[in-house]
Design a protein around this ligand. Structure first.
Ligand code: MOS
Length: 749
């Protein structure tokens, strides 16, 4: 199928499936459940965290804490049950700290759990614990460790060292060379809903409500670490209040809640408070990126060398793959990238929205802007000149790539032709005005997924799939997908997700959910349709009845508006409801499945976009303000305007935060996050965001999946930080290569 046609319209729900439940407070999140367990007996757990970055726990005196009001149990490394924790394993390969030893690996590590009748009692009793440590020297100096950084112990999603061609020859013959270092800070996820686990045991069976991006991952990890059969674990999560990657792994607190519930034989609620979101549940590592790009005098890139160093924990390696983008975004004869780690007594790194691509584009795309400046070229022209028609890493074709259209359409809407080539030339009152742009990119992923679809005798339908709703639109898109497959109105579809008893779905990460469950739902709906058609052709009372031996094939019949009809004579039709009522008055259902095929092996499936930013920088205070962002994305079919564009806009807002605000500051002596709250860890607020104008090309990518839709959860954050950074340079002539770009850095540049 050519990939230039517009997608067939999928009937959209007029509002989010879960919109009413959310705005009326009826949507229940993990910590809010009061059933189906003994709610009267529920107790509260509080995680106690280490206050040193390295050493061992010498003793914990809990006598006073035990005497405090309401205390039910205190779980420490001195009394915790021994578990077969073992080495980190899939799904998420996390090293857990679940009180199995007395070692302290970072400041903020869970080292005890206090369970009490109220949250306040638990928290107060926790303050009475007398914890003595035997400290060890801590490794806390990231920048100081850079000269001796080591290769990763475990590989993430990319080879730590990767090269094509002779990089030194490529650099040597370049007429123009860009050679700079770009830094991104540690960042912490702060979804509105913090991590929360509610656990209770029913005999040998463990039930959990958890704020998660991956109920199946929770289930596997809980079963493995608690050493119980998989079938004895049920995990539910009908709503997740934002995830962004931190809820993609099962962290220690989930296991600790289940352990505590087993010991006290009561339902246990464990919620992390905002400060506890900094440390024990992962962070985006800081990256230092030495980037060299060589080009000939016309701007043709001959060499891209990107050497990154990032922090990692002493517990496990996590790779923030910031060089990945440099390997594939532009055509270059030669390419060489390395990733090295500095091991520190900080909490572990983890996936944070567009892990790799966000830091990768934030840095490479400033380098490209600087190279354009050296060449006296327009930044868009430089990118088009070095456009990669095929994947430079392996020379495979892209399933569908229309990035050039993104550049031209967004540039046009933005008014890029008004950008002054000379920085610092436009002023408005006391503001310097600047324009910047960058490329956005994120891979299109999908994984094996199953879903069940059912049609009821009243003509309504049901779709069930063990996926998750992170606020992204899973309910809505599941309803639409089932409706499209069955030929009924999406408002007639009931959706169930977020329960590990439902058919298995992958982690809601890597922007893969809709692209994974969509085809599985389509497969299930197709089977249900076939069953309905077979019922009709075998039913003497149906207008579609065909006696055996006559010449009618199931493909002669189709479904639309809740009816079966003969394609050659649509007047011959009947409703699903009429057919099913006559035929036993029972629902018809089927289990569907889908998994990647050709799309995973013979081509590269990748989304792209172009982001343009206008900023104003106050001449005196150097305060940068983003006035407007214009972006166009090539993400395949847009399945739903509301939920889809909303994700792109959300990603862009985060890109602005990446550019101007966000950074986790870790104390150099104690290794504790110094700004572990939302007053000092800055994120953009409404006043920080000007207008955001987002469009998509809406060109379906049918080589990727039957819906032609690539995921859109992450691409919005890519490119947007660099677009802002480049606009600040264009406004001021000052180049800041160290995120976030705060007024002091602009002043000193
Ligand atoms: Mo996303 S960082 O892949 O949950």
């Amino acid at each position: 199928m050519p990939d230039t046609q517009t997608p067939p319209p999928m009937k959209q729900l007029p509002v989010r499936y879960d919109g009413l439940a959310k705005v009326t407070g009826k949507a229940t999140y993990a910590a809010e459940f009061t059933e189906p367990f003994d709610h009267k007996n529920m107790v509260y757990a509080w995680i106690v965290q280490s206050t040193i970055p390295s050493g061992t726990i010498a003793s914990i005196d809990q006598k006073e804490a035990e005497r405090a009001a309401g205390v039910v149990h205190i779980l420490t490394p001195f009394n915790a049950p021994q578990l077969p924790v073992g080495a980190p394993q899939p799904p998420a390969k996390r090293s857990l700290t679940v009180l199995q030893n007395k070692d302290v690996y970072y400041n903020g590590q869970p080292i005890a759990v206090v369970v009490a009748d109220t949250l306040d009692h638990a928290r107060y009793a926790a303050s009475l614990l007398k914890i003595r440590y035997t400290p060890k020297p801590a490794k806390l100096d990231f920048k100081g460790g850079i000269p001796t950084a080591r290769l990763p112990k475990s590989n993430g999603k990319a080879a730590p060292n990767d090269h094509r061609g002779d990089i030194n020859a490529g650099l040597a013959k370049s007429a123009v060379l860009l050679d700079e270092t770009y830094i991104t800070p540690v960042q912490n996820h702060n979804p509105m809903e913090p991590h929360a686990t509610l656990a209770w045991w029913d005999g040998d069976n463990l039930n959990v409500y958890d704020a998660t991006q991956y109920i199946t991952g929770d289930k596997m990890t809980l079963a493995r670490i608690l050493n119980i059969p998989l079938d004895n674990v049920r995990v539910r999560c009908p709503y997740t209040g934002g995830g962004f990657g931190c809820k993609g792994s099962t962290w220690s607190h989930v296991i600790l809640a289940a352990m505590a519930a087993k010991i006290v034989q009561k339902p246990v609620k464990l919620v992390l408070d905002r400060t506890q979101m900094f440390g024990p549940v992962g962070a985006r590592p800081s990256t230092v990126n030495h980037i060299r790009i060589g080009a000939d005098a016309t701007g043709k890139i001959l060499a891209i060398k990107h050497d990154a160093v990032m922090n990692t924990s002493v517990m496990e390696d996590f790779i923030e793959n910031s060089t990945g983008t440099s390997r594939m975004l532009y055509s270059s004869e030669t390419n060489f990238t390395t990733e090295k780690m500095v091991e520190l007594n900080w909490g572990v790194g983890t996936f944070m929205r567009a892990p790799g691509e966000s830091t990768g584009t934030a840095t490479l795309e400033i380098a490209m802007d600087e190279l354009a400046g050296k060449l006296h070229m327009d930044p868009v022209q430089l990118r088009i000149l070095n456009y990669a028609e095929r994947d430079p890493r392996n020379d495979k074709p892209f399933s569908s790539k229309h990035l050039k259209d993104c550049y031209t359409q967004a540039a046009e809407r933005f008014g890029w032709n008004k950008r002054p080539a000379q920085p610092g030339t436009i002023t408005e009152g006391n503001d310097l005005i600047g324009y910047g742009m960058a490329t956005a990119t994120y891979p299109a992923n999908r994984s094996a997924c199953q879903a069940v679809v059912r049609v009821y005798p009243n003509g309504h339908a049901y779709v069930g799939c063990g996926s998750q709703e992170l606020g992204t639109g899973t309910y809505t898109i599941m309803a639409q997908s089932a409706a499209a497959g069955l030929g009924i109105d999406p408002s007639l579809v009931e959706v169930k997700l977020g329960d590990s008893t439902l058919p298995k779905a992958p982690v809601s990460g890597g922007s893969q959910s809709a692209a994974s469950y969509g085809p599985a739902i389509e497969d299930a709906a197709k089977q249900v349709k076939l069953k309905l058609i077979q019922l009709a052709v075998n039913d003497k009372q149906s207008p579609l009845y065909k006696p055996a031996g006559t010449d009618l094939h199931t493909q002669d019949i189709d479904c639309k508006d809740g009816k079966l009809f003969l394609k050659s004579d649509p007047s011959k039709s009947e409703t699903f409801a009429a057919l099913l009522t006559r035929n036993g008055n029972k629902p018809v259902q089927a289990m569907g499945s889908a998994e990647p095929g050709e799309d995973k092996s013979s081509m590269t499936t990748q989304s792209f976009g172009a982001v343009f930013a206008e900023v104003a920088v106050d001449k005196d205070t150097h305060m940068p303000r983003v006035r407007r962002i214009v972006a166009t994305y090539d993400i395949g079919t847009l399945l739903n305007k509301e939920t889809g564009l909303n994700q792109l806009v959300g990603g862009i807002v985060w890109g602005v935060g990446f550019a101007l605000h966000e950074q986790t500051m870790i104390d150099p002596v104690y290794g504790r996050t110094a700004n572990e709250n939302l007053a000092e860890y800055h994120v953009p607020v409404n006043a920080d965001i000007g207008s955001i104008d987002v469009t998509v090309l809406n060109v379906p990518d049918y080589k990727f999946n039957p819906m032609g839709a690539r995921g859109i959860g992450e691409i919005g954050i890519t490119g947007s930080a660099a677009a802002v950074a480049n606009a600040i340079y264009n406004a001021t002539g000052k180049r800041v290569r160290d995120y976030p770009i705060t007024p002091d850095k602009i002043m000193m540049a």
